[in-house]
Design a protein around this ligand. Sequence first.
Ligand code: FPP
Length: 247
Amino acid sequence: MPIPESLDRNKIPEHIAIIMDGNGRWAKKNNKARVFGHKNGVKSVREVTEGAAECGVKYLTLYAFSTENWNRPKSEVNALMQLLVTTIGKETKTLQKNNIRLLAIGDLENLPGNCNSELQRAMKETANNDGMTLILALSYSSKWEILNAVRRLLNDVKDQDLSEFELNEQVFNSYLCTAGIPDPELLIRTSGEYRISNFLLWQLAYAELYFTSKLWPDFKREDLWEAIIDYQGRERRFGKTSEQLTS
Ligand code: FPP
């Protein structure tokens, strides 16, 4: 499917973040177990990753597993982890072929052994790719990330590696999991829910929000492009007036 002409290639958001939601409801609609929804969700991950790379997005962050998701039934958590391991194993070659670097953010040490080691392997293998960066948020929550950042920052102040007078937004950014990565300009959430769900709370401060009722397994590359076209029609004022922007 070609990229629509209405998509302005000169106004592509550098970083898009996505809350992939609705796998369970999609499975239920199809009279299947929830895991079936997650498996079909992986197809959308592939579609959207390709669609993002094709139109020139530089960073794509996917919320794959939240800190809160550990509270799901053990069987679902295990199935999700297994799916993650097999998907990463299968897709590393495709990432290489498409010059995509894989990164992961979150409490990775909390992931089951082979999940973390597979991730580390794939990240190492793709580390030199400079086309697009695919960031998986795994065992991630924003409050966890911010608390962690504050803890490390306080330690650096205590050790006199940082003075409280040096602290500013840029310095704080460098303590987050997303250090060195620009903030997302666009956040997409599928499945008709209107929440941020503890995702990139600091980084999304000025992001444009796009909500769609499509369930994640139904979300394809053309849906991503539609969201980008919608984003391109927004006026981003960053606190200024409309007149200031046009003058
Ligand atoms: C939300 O749907 C989805 C998740 C919690 C997991 C997302 C995971 C995948 C798409 C598969 C693995 C990902 C990668 C990157 C390989 P839900 O289960 O909350 O759906 P519901 O709200 O309808 O119950």
